[in-house]
Write a protein that binds this ligand. Structure first.
Ligand SMILES: Cc1cc2nc3c(=O)[nH]c(=O)nc-3n(C[C@H](O)[C@H](O)[C@H](O)COP(=O)(O)O)c2cc1C
Length: 339
């Protein structure tokens, strides 16, 4: 099995190591959704620090699909140039680049009314959403595909569809949030309809050799939510529709926290999906200890490890991990004086 500092190839994308910067909203975008100097400095610093795959935060496919008005947008061609500059610089430091395309649904806090599969929410903080009509659902499918076209134009190596954390795609998948009685609700086959349409729509507009990623919430931490077995079944269908690797997170449909949070608390889900659906997975969640990351990969539980908060603390975490594991990782020449 490969380790943290072995390369990883998925279709036409080759990562120099298996550390991914997990998507993390910065709430620093301009109100029109364009990126700022903050994003350039933030993402490029992690590329300089040796991360194999830098993923840009959840970026709204519609203005009303942003979590906040400080979110990055990818709903207009005006967003492409700023993103392209981030991509260009990250690549010049040897990182590959990804962008997470997202729609927050109920969890959007923008001036526009929020929308969802069904007109209710489990959260006190969000407004009651408007129920989407089937015509509006199709418009959002198109918005995801248009966003993917822009991501390709900006030069990203891969795209991740945000299907986790109780946002719009997750809202359709989950019986906790999807109470529709039409072809988009009820049985699993129906709850899968919108997510599969999004995947197919994106797949149709990206180059054949570009891998497509999808983030899921593998557990809803509720008896009334979908089960891990159902998630494995969903992952099989995502794969059939064109997803090449699943980024395995959890929670978000309800305002409840996981029962226990400990290093690698979501790793079991990445392992179950990897083997159950026979698809590469990204593990995430308090995987900040290089020995534990190595264990996850070498024991075949996941293929890539995403790091969130540790990379906020330490942009050079990849080098720290390489030193700890005795692996080689080249940083820009002048930084050699520091090691
Ligand atoms: C500030 C912040 C912003 C986040 N934004 C996103 C996001 O845009 N998309 C997403 O899927 N997850 C988001 N997350 C979750 C992280 O990607 C990651 O899954 C989580 O922090 C667990 O990994 P960690 O323990 O390494 O931090 C965010 C987390 C933080 C701390």
């Amino acid at each position: 099995m490969a380790g943290l500092f072995d390369s990883f190839t998925l279709k036409g994308m080759e990562l120099k190591n298996r550390i991914m910067m997990s998507p993390m909203c910065q709430y620093q975008a301009n109100e029109d959704g364009t990126v700022t100097d903050w994003h350039l400095v933030h993402y490029v610093s992690r590329a300089i620090g040796g991360v194999g795959l830098v993923m840009v935060e959840a970026s709204g496919v519609e203005a009303r699909g942003r979590i906040s008005t400080g979110d990055v947008g990818i709903y207009s061609d005006d967003h492409i140039a700023g993103l392209a500059r981030i991509v260009e610089l990250c690549k010049s430091y040897g990182a590959k680049t990804a962008i997470q395309i997202a729609h927050a649904g109920t969890k959007a806090e923008t001036p526009e009314p929020n929308v969802a599969p069904s007109a209710f929410t489990h959260f006190d903080r969000y407004n009651t959403p408007q129920e989407l009509t089937t015509g509006e659902i199709q418009e959002i499918v198109t918005a995801f595909a248009d966003a993917a076209v822009r991501a390709v134009k900006a030069g990203f190596d891969t795209i991740e569809i945000h299907g986790a954390h109780g946002y719009l795609i997750n809202q359709f998948l989950s019986p906790l949030t999807n109470k529709r009685t039409d072809e988009y609700g009820g049985a699993l086959e129906n709850r899968l309809r919108f997510p599969l349409q999004v995947i197919r729509g994106v797949k149709a507009v990206i180059p054949d050799d570009m891998p497509l990623l999808m983030r899921v919430s593998a557990s809803e931490y509720s008896e009334e939510g979908y089960s891990l077995d159902e998630m494995v079944e969903m992952a099989k269908q995502f794969k059939e529709a064109g997803v090449d690797m699943i980024d395995v997170s959890s929670g978000g449909s309800l305002p409840t926290a996981p029962p226990a949070i400990y290093p690698g608390y979501q790793l079991q889900f990445a392992e179950a999906i990897k083997h159950g659906a026979e698809i590469p997975t990204i593990a995430v969640g308090l995987l900040h200890n290089p020995a534990l990351m190595e264990e996850a990969l070498q024991n075949g539980r996941a293929d890539v490890v995403a790091v969130g908060r540790e990379l906020l603390r330490n942009p050079h975490f990849a080098k720290t991990a390489a030193l700890e594991l005795g692996a080689e990782l080249e940083l820009p020449n002048v930084y050699k004086y520091a090691y």
